[in-house]
Each structure stands twice: as structure tokens, then as C-alpha cells.
Ligand binder design. Structure first.
Ligand code: DHB
Length: 501
């Protein structure tokens, strides 16, 4: 590993120390959030691509000590930038390359990249990370940390609960955009990625670009004065629409047993399912062939639009023998004319046990990650639905006054349905496994359907038999980035018509 201008000293991404800033200082006295193009090390890693070929990738690695002027905890509010210099000895010019903004949030927990000394090269399950694939494709990779729900200060105050993580990711985007021309890559072509809670945050980042709702939170931490809108959003199994997720879950998995074989309380499950029937039409989702989406046609919509095509893709990719074996072992599935068909009820039996108890997200006992996500001050967990709150505290109970606004700050659907955001990302890559019961399978479908209804460019697929966190087409995502951004590897200073730069 060779060192460049930064020498052996840890490279600060901006001039001055964030710790020198104190609350109440005039803005002019803040340390400037200036990216230093010289502050990097040079490293080489081996990247196995999705065809199995190993590439030698040399890249510049920048550590930005904080992307905000007044970090609450810079260990989380920092980011790393990786810029490819050569692949297999051929020079790469990433000056105008797309930027993959890969968050590593899981479980709405804190995520830090501060201790990393290079790009995160291996992904879930030990394969090649999305970041490494992107780097080998010639893209710039930015890995931001973010505060998360469990962080507590010395006074017992929770400082990483909602909306801290999304505020931090937005601040990271603002940092990049404020450094346009200094930071390598095209800051107008930021493509976000994340999985599960990170997928939810990636979707939210895409949906909520430049929303004024976050302004006070961004100002508080000294975020750069720039846009936080992104170009595209990649979202794997996003755990989102949390305030409706208990109802959605029972609609989907209410009749599925837990791993123990027991059913959840069916009275409770049916009550929640009925709530979903009330909620769904309020989204005004238009489907192909079913008109407005309701709890009565949602099963057919999921089967026809997402689940059968998923099985079809899976089966079509098999050899004739392997397909015959799969079909023999799964008689609920019919295969004719090159298409898979099955019923919703048989599909649910095929998936088997549900992962979560009821209610799955706003647990009566305040025991879920989401209860903690909506904690505040010294209160580590709170109810965020009237349903669970009133179950515990009686019919007259009211949500804490700050909860409705926090739900809006955390839910992409708010920015796509209630207040349609013109600054949202217009390109979407959305994926979830058909065996993922961390949330209802309708969550992803609703997000994708709404975006399609808005006219956005949506590539949404379900991975057949994929579990939570599945990624069955990592190479396709890398290709999709090139396609939607118009990126051509190695072509310098490309200008697309109408880009207005
Ligand atoms: C994640 C999974 C969950 O089931 C959940 O409720 C929240 C987050 C996750 O894997 O990030």
C-alpha cells in the first residue's frame, strides 16, 4: 500500500477541527467542510466480480473526519471515499463517475466507518461487497456512518433515535454536494444503497430529497449548505412504512404459524388486518388490471405483478432437469408456456413460518427495534401507533406530541403520497426476497407501485425463495447504475444533452 500526499498521518477530510466548534457560534466561525483532494492513501485490492473473475483494483482512500461542522459524535458522522485509479493496470478516470453512497445501517443501529482503513470489500455472506463491485466498475464509493437508535450520552439521553440516521445521511449528501468539483465523481449522480433498515433509509433519502422538514435538524449539526437530493435509490428489503407495518404484517402473515408452529392471537391479527384494509385505499395506488389497490385485490396484485414473475425468472434460468426437479418437489406451482402460476394461499404455505410475533413493530411490551427507534430523551422506547398505545393505556391515550412529525420524517410514503416531493430521486432499484417475513411483502410493492404511479423509473423485483437481506443480482445493479446515469467507463468529461451543467 503506497502513501501519497497525506503521508502516514490520518487524513482529515476538512480543514480545521470539528471539536473546536461550539454551539451558538456564528456560522462564519464554523470549520469549513472542505474536502481535501490531496488527503488520501493509495491501496490495491482484489475484487472478484459476479462472473468470478478477480480484478486488481487500485484506489485512493479518503477519510473525512466529519461531514458536519458540529458533530454530536464524529465516530458516526464521518465518511470514507474510495476512488478507483486503475483496474487490472488500466487507468480509470472517475472524475465524472457516478457515486455509490452505500450506507451500512442494520436494525436502525449506529453505523460507523471511522475505524475502517479501506473500502469494505466483502459483503453479506462473504461475497464481494456492493462497494467493491462499484469500485471495480469505475465508480466512486462513499461509505457514510450514521447515528443509530441505541446511542446514549453520559446523561442517559438517547441521541441516535429518529430522525438522527436520516438527518446524518442527508448531511453526508450535502457534504458531497458542497464539495462539487473537489470531491471526485459526479455529485449530481449520487446513487444510494442500503439493506433492511439501511434499505428503508436509502428509500427515504431518495424520497425526501431537499424536504424542508429536516432543515432544523440539519442546521443543529452544522450540515453543509447544499442540496440533499439524490439521483437514484437502491433499496433491498426496506423495513419501512413502520406505522402501518403491524397491520400490513397481519394482512400478509396473519395465518402463518410462528417457528414454534403456533399461530399468533388470531383476534388481534384480524383486528390489525382490518386496519390494513382501511389504510390501503388511502394510498390511492393504481394497479394494472385491478384498479385501485385494496386489501381485496392486494393478494392478486402481489401474485401477478411480483411473485409469479419472480418464480418465472427463477425457473427459466434453471436447466430443464433442475426445473423438472423443482417443479416435482413443489407441486403447488404450475409451469406452462414458460410461466409459473400459483395461488396466494399456496404461496404462503410454501413460505412457511412467520418471523415476528404480533404486533410485529409496535410491540405491546416496547421490545422491538422500532420502539427504540421512536425513543426520545431518556426514554429508550415508545409506542408509535395508536393501536398499541391504546391497547396498553386505554382508549383515551394519545401519542406523544412529537411522534406524528417523527413518523413523517422516517416514512418515504409521506414524501410520495401525502406531500409528493418533486425533488425525489427518479430512478429506483427495489428488491426483496419472497421468503422475507421481516415485514409484509406488500411494503415493497406499495413503494414500487406508488413510484410507478408517479411516473418514476422503477426496477422492482422479488427474489424467488430469497430470505432477509438477499441480493441475487448484484452485477445487474452495477450495470443499472451505468444505464440510469449514462456513465461510460473511461470517458472523460462526458456531457449528456439536457443535463444543464
Ligand atoms: C432490520 C430487520 C428488522 O426485522 C427490523 O424490524 C428492522 C431492521 C434490519 O435487518 O435492518
Amino acid at each position: 500500500m503506497g502513501l501519497t500526499a497525506a503521508g502516514a498521518a490520518p487524513a482529515l477530510g476538512f480543514a480545521g477541527s470539528a471539536r473546536a466548534a461550539t454551539k451558538g457560534q456564528p456560522v462564519g466561525a464554523e470549520p469549513a467542510l472542505v474536502f481535501d483532494p490531496a488527503a488520501h492513501t493509495e491501496q490495491t485490492i482484489a475484487v472478484r466480480d459476479t462472473t468470478g473473475t478477480v480484478h486488481s483494483v487500485t484506489y485512493r482512500f479518503f477519510k473525512v473526519a466529519s461531514y458536519v461542522a458540529r458533530p454530536v459524535n464524529a465516530a458516526y458522522q464521518s465518511l470514507n471515499v474510495s476512488v478507483p485509479v486503475s483496474v487490472d493496470g488500466s487507468p480509470v478516470d472517475a472524475t465524472d463517475a457516478p457515486i455509490l453512497l452505500a450506507n451500512s445501517v442494520g436494525g436502525y443501529m449506529p453505523s460507523s466507518v471511522a475505524a475502517n482503513t479501506g473500502i469494505i470489500a466483502s459483503g453479506m455472506g462473504g461475497g464481494t461487497s456492493r462497494q467493491a463491485l462499484a469500485l471495480a466498475a469505475g465508480y466512486v464509493v462513499v461509505e457514510p456512518g450514521a447515528r443509530g437508535r441505541t446511542l446514549v450520552d453520559a446523561d442517559g439521553v438517547y441521541y441516535g433515535t429518529a430522525p438522527a440516521a436520516i438527518v446524518d445521511l442527508k448531511a453526508a449528501v450535502r457534504y458531497l454536494k458542497a464539495n462539487k468539483g473537489r470531491v471526485p465523481g459526479d455529485v449530481e449522480r449520487i446513487v444510494s444503497s442500503g439493506v433492511s433498515a439501511g434499505g428503508a433509509l436509502s428509500a427515504l433519502l431518495g424520497a425526501s430529497g431537499d424536504s424542508p422538514l429536516y432543515e432544523p435538524y440539519l442546521a443543529e449539526i452544522g450540515a453543509a449548505d447544499a442540496s440533499d437530493a439524490i439521483f437514484a435509490s437502491g433499496d433491498w428489503c426496506p423495513i419501512t412504512d413502520l406505522e402501518h407495518a403491524d397491520a400490513a404484517y397481519e394482512w400478509n402473515w396473519g395465518g402463518s404459524p410462528l417457528a414454534s408452529g403456533a399461530l399468533v392471537d388470531q383476534t388481534l391479527s384480524r383486528e390489525l388486518t382490518a386496519r390494513y384494509a382501511d389504510y390501503l385505499p388511502t394510498l390511492g395506488l393504481r394497479t394494472e388490471g385491478h384498479g385501485t389497490l385494496t386489501a381485496r385485490n392486494l393478494d392478486d396484485h402481489l401474485v401477478e405483478k411480483y411473485l409469479q414473475p419472480s418464480a418465472t425468472r427463477f425457473l427459466a434460468a434453471l436447466t430443464d432437469d433442475a426445473r423438472a426437479d423443482y417443479l416435482a418437489a413443489h407441486p403447488f406451482l404450475t409451469w406452462s408456456g414458460g410461466r409459473a402460476r400459483f395461488t396466494w394461499a399456496d404461496f404462503l404455505t410454501h413460505v412457511g413460518p412467520r418471523k415476528k410475533n404480533a404486533p410485529s413493530f409496535d410491540a405491546f411490551g416496547l421490545t422491538t427495534p422500532e420502539n427504540n427507534l421512536y425513543g426520545t430523551g431518556t426514554t429508550g422506547a415508545r409506542h408509535f401507533t395508536l393501536f398499541s398505545l391504546r391497547h396498553e393505556q386505554g382508549a383515551g391515550a394519545r401519542l406523544a406530541p412529537d411522534i406524528p412529525a417523527k413518523l413523517r420524517l422516517m416514512n418515504p410514503m409521506h414524501h410520495l403520497v401525502d406531500q409528493v416531493n418533486p425533488h425525489r430521486a427518479k430512478h429506483w432499484w427495489i428488491r426483496v426476497g419472497t421468503k422475507d417475513s421481516d415485514t409484509s411483502l406488500s411494503v415493497v410493492a406499495n413503494l414500487a407501485t406508488r413510484l410507478e404511479n408517479l411516473g418514476d423509473d422503477v426496477d422492482a423485483r422479488y427474489y424467488w425463495d430469497g430470505g432477509h437481506g438477499a441480493d441475487q443480482d448484484p452485477g445487474e445493479f452495477i450495470g443499472w447504475i451505468a444505464q440510469v446515469t449514462g456513465h461510460r467507463p473511461g470517458v472523460r468529461s462526458r456531457r449528456l444533452p439536457g443535463r444543464g451543467r
